[in-house]
Design a protein around this ligand. Structure first.
Ligand code: GDP
Ligand code: MG
Length: 167
């Protein structure tokens, strides 16, 4: 099996950290400052048994506030046409707002399998993660919902397993 995956989500949710963790090499740029990753970066995950996953690390889909923001939204939304599976990263500190509704609408239109990753679970209690999952379930019919910590590598292997499942 082989296919294309895009990692989407708000700036700073941990997209680059997750990609680095999955690939096992420092390819994408991570930073505490939002919007460090301005362009698509492709990296390839190769598994001798299962095949290849090409990751497109994109700036987050979000409501543009300026010209650069508009450009980044365009880049992120365009990648939806080029992929087989979408991984949407969220973090438990953020409430579901207009931005999330907007993203969910774009993803629903794409008709692609969407894997929701609740990242940074190392920062909150299990009960909070469960409440967060319940809230997100109402937003979209997700293929899978995976709690994880990109920083610590918790459950990141499950993300790979689930991507292969939907390729
Ligand atoms: P991006 O803008 O979505 O690409 O986010 P980054 O990967 O650059 O991460 C933004 C910040 O969140 C960095 O300081 C990361 O170290 C931190 N971060 C990412 N994943 C995790 C995680 O699972 N747990 C914690 N505690 N911090 C994380
Ligand atoms: Mg990034």
């Amino acid at each position: 099996k082989s296919g294309f995956v895009t990692l989407i989500g708000r700036p700073n949710v941990g997209k680059s950290t997750l990609m680095n963790q999955l690939i096992g090499q420092k390819i994408a740029i991570t930073s505490k400052k939002p919007q460090t990753t301005r362009n698509r970066i492709q990296t390839v995950y190769t598994d001798t048994d299962r095949g290849q996953i090409v990751f497109l690390d994109t700036p987050g889909i979000h409501k543009a506030k300026n010209k650069l923001g508009e450009y980044m939204v365009t880049v992120a939304e365009r990648t939806l046409q080029d992929v087989d599976v979408i991984v949407w990263l969220v973090e438990p500190s953020t409430f579901i707002g207009a931005g999330e509704q907007h993203i969910a609408e774009q993803l629903r239109k794409s008709n692609l399998p969407v894997i929701l990753v609740i990242n940074k679970t190392d920062t909150v209690k299990k009960e909070e993660v469960l409440l967060f999952i319940d809230a997100y379930r109402k937003l979209l019919d997700f293929a899978e919902i995976i709690p994880a910590s990109a920083l610590h590598g918790d459950n990141t292997d499950t993300i790979i397993d689930m991507i292969f499942k939907y390729l």
